[in-house]
Design a protein around this ligand. Sequence first.
Ligand SMILES: Nc1nc2c(ncn2[C@@H]2O[C@H](COP(=O)(O)OP(=O)(O)OP(=O)(O)O)[C@@H](O)[C@H]2O)c(=O)[nH]1
Ligand SMILES: [Zn+2]
Length: 343
Amino acid sequence: MTHLTRDALGWSPYYMSQLDLEELDTLTPARIATVHRDRVVGFSEIGPLELTLDPGITTAAVGVGDWVLCAPAQHRLIRVLERQTELTRGTEYHTGEKQLIAANLDTLFITSSCNNDFNPARLERYLALAHDAMITPVIVLTKADQTDDPDTYIDQARMLGRDLEVIAMDAKTDDVAVLLEPWCGKGETVALAGSSGVGKTTIANALTGGDAATQAIREDDARGRHTTTGRSLHRMGSGGWLIDTPGMRGLGVAEVAYGIDATFPEISELAETCKFRDCEHETEPGCAVQAGISRGEVDPDRLTRFKKLKRENQHATETIAQARDRSRKLGKMYRSAVKKKGR
Ligand SMILES: Nc1nc2c(ncn2[C@@H]2O[C@H](COP(=O)(O)OP(=O)(O)OP(=O)(O)O)[C@@H](O)[C@H]2O)c(=O)[nH]1
Ligand SMILES: [Zn+2]
């Protein structure tokens, strides 16, 4: 652990460019590995560092995978560097907050099994989140050993995007590390998403060569304390990093209009040329998407799922916007009340 270089930890010019000269001289960059209630642990060139948070930085503002600047001698986290990517979940709509799942991911392994778990709509939801965050999605199909015809699943998955990478495997064999190696090299950061039981833990263990899921908890138990998020950063045998994310079983979409369009390029591109700007792609004259269906270029089932995901996203996005508006107004009221009292 002590001999990891910044590059091995995933450092890049993107983060370097955010430091001024004084910071370069005096502060140490670290990559956040675990987040606890009152402190975080970061990996750095000088080894693992336990850091306390200055007032103003909450554990909500720093997540696993984040790059931070710290003053190691004082165990102080000074500031969180701007993220290259962030994967969030939109579950707390009513508060206007989105919860950070993982920072600075390069690749998301969207995992499903070659059985009843396989569900195009669910895969597209994950694809939209990944595309929106500019994270490379890879579809990983497990339990290929439990079906006579894995190709039908592979073919269906390939239909869910252009140039979409689809990997099928028996996650209980040594194939896992070899098949996923292209995304797990030195300094690369990955995470696994998918329903319960599809094999995420099995794959994580194969990639990290250990009991990834329980490692962080055990490390903490020894001190009688617990991680608050349950998320943690683990080194993979191939030199990359795996962010273990228990919250990745079901995700809501919010504010991912771009990601949805990117997930359904064959539809969103045609939609640009519909006669009406607010075309619902149903029976309107001059609908380019319906014309695409007639020509056999657009799968009508994809169109149905595209519309459904758009509706869900729109609803959640509006709910978040309203909640933010409400809390802004409340804040204003509070500030003016304080002012009056002070007079
Ligand atoms: N035959 C076969 N079994 C698999 C495969 N992948 C996972 N399993 C088995 O499926 C079960 C569930 O796997 P897990 O790795 O625990 O699944 P998970 O996605 O981590 O599940 P949660 O922790 O509930 O989210 C275990 O019994 C695995 O051994 C596979 O490719 N082939
Ligand atoms: Zn249309």
